[in-house]
Design a protein around this ligand. Structure first.
Ligand SMILES: O=C(O)C1=C[C@@H](OP(=O)(O)O)[C@@H](O)[C@H](O)C1
Ligand SMILES: C=C(OP(=O)(O)O)C(=O)O
Length: 430
């Protein structure tokens, strides 16, 4: 689907972005294995989370949408899932495949996880390796590619040092370890999003975090208590609107109720380093996650370096940071971000290719890119989404700052994480 985005001088208004994708996946999975009924308010109804919901239903879990828009999940405990009579389709969602592979490895039945063309080409060896060390039986195509066939087994706990800072890998192991008895220790090379740990603790699981260590304490039998959760707005979705507001010539934008968990909010630190004017208002804690309203004002940005430990805390925001870099004064250098090459598409290659097509000065490195800012971008051409929602939305924000606008091909993929993105963008543009 082609999406024409015209230039906009002013970005103004008050909006709410949809629920956090990572928290939505986890609330569906953990509620399904809790002992009884959980309620989820503000669940993200985007394709990735709908894939997780469909799979939990295929595994015998009753999930109902109430008139209020809230969901109830009838959890059946850690031993209550049932074998599905077909393959389980994760669509475009890496989070679904990696977290559920962990969970299903310890279940007493056979499962097959598959997904779309993009997901079937993303690395799964990173979960197959450690899960196999725990005793899991998982088969894949060559090089650890999905579909994955899993014959559930009784697993052993383990101590594991993550070779890559990945919340999906960490969560996959934690979910697999829930049915083991001895202690499991996971060591992270850098902090990654900790929603799984927070939610497990909230459900009464004995879990301790000590610096870079996550310790799932020894237990003869674990049980998760059902919970009520309010899912905060997704900071990764809010980032597109924060960038749009900062890059406009004038205006101010209020984005209500956004999750600002520090393990996720590296983007806000980069906005400050680039001299972006933002304020965090009405800060509070909701259901174990910190939230705020974010006020954004049109700003003159300057380039900066994005590297090191902050990378996993803003990994999904790098395409939109690269758009901010185009309009910032000076150079922006993005390093240590090779993980971008194994997302829905190779996000470094995609940004570089489309920026070059638009005449933007950009250098590609194996682990990132260098962008020289304050560039006038003419636009007036068609660009590609690469079947990647974050590339499509980043290019839409860039289009606002061109002379002639841009047409984005393959924009239907935006519904993977942000179904009402286009409507919200139309609402705030002046
Ligand atoms: O755990 C999660 O919910 C996610 C973790 C990140 O992936 P990795 O764990 O592969 O870095 C992120 O890119 C993805 O959008 C969501
Ligand atoms: C990488 C992403 O998601 P996933 O890994 O779940 O497909 C994303 O949303 O940017």
């Amino acid at each position: 689907m082609s999406y024409q985005v015209n230039p906009a001088l002013k970005i103004n208004g008050k909006i709410k972005v949809p629920g956090d994708k990572s928290i939505s996946h986890r609330s569906l999975i953990l509620a399904s294995i809790a002992e009884g009924e959980s309620k989820i308010e503000g669940l993200l109804e985007a394709e990735d989370c709908l894939s997780t919901m469909g799979i939990m239903r295929d595994l015998g879990i009753k999930i109902t949408k109430e008139n209020t828009g809230n969901y109830t999940v009838q959890g059946r405990g850690l031993n209550g899932l049932q074998e599905a009579d077909n393959v389980l389709d994760c669509g475009n969602s890496g989070t679904s495949m990696r977290l559920l592979a962990g969970l299903l490895s310890s279940q007493d039945f056979y499962s097959v996880l598959t997904g779309d063309h993009s997901l079937r080409n993303r690395p799964m060896q990173r979960i197959i390796g450690p899960l196999s060390n725990m005793g899991a039986e998982i088969w894949s195509r060559k090089d650890g590619l999905a579909p994955l066939s899993i014959k559930g087994q009784k697993l052993q706990s383990m101590n594991y040092e993550l070779p890559v800072a990945s919340a999906q890998l960490k969560s996959s192991i934690l979910l697999a370890a829930l049915k083991t008895e001895s202690e499991t220790v996971i060591v992270e090379p850098a902090v990654s999003r900790d929603h799984t740990e927070r939610m497990l603790k909230g459900a009464g699981v004995d879990l301790e975090i000590k610096k870079d260590r996550i310790i799932l304490k020894e237990a003869a039998e674990r049980k998760l208590s059902p919970f009520n959760i309010k899912v905060p707005g997704d900071i990764s979705s809010a980032a597109f609107f924060i960038a749009a507001g900062l890059l406009a010539d004038s205006g101010s934008l209020l984005i209500k109720n956004v999750g600002i968990n520090q393990t996720r909010s590296g983007f806000l630190e980069i906005v400050e380093a680039m001299n972006g004017k933002i304020e965090l208002l009405n800060q509070k804690d909701e259901g174990g996650e910190p939230t705020a309203d974010i006020l954004v004002k049109a700003s003159k940005l300057k380039g900066c370096e994005v590297s090191g430990e902050i990378i996993p805390r803003l990994i999904d925001e790098i395409p939109i940071i690269s758009v901010m870099a185009v309009m910032a004064e000076g150079k922006t250098i993005i390093k240590d971000a090779e993980e971008l090459r194994v997302k829905e598409t190779d996000r470094i290659a995609a940004v570089v290719k489309e920026f070059k097509r638009l005449g933007i000065e950009i250098i590609e490195n194996p682990d990132g890119m260098e962008i020289t800012g304050v560039q006038k971008v003419k636009g007036g051409i068609e660009v590609e989404s690469y079947h990647d929602h974050r590339i499509a939305m980043s290019l839409a924000v860039l289009a606002l700052n061109t002379e002639k606008g841009i047409t984005i091909n393959g924009s239907e993929i935006i519904s993977t994480s942000f179904p009402n993105f286009k409507e919200l963008l139309a609402e705030v543009r002046g």
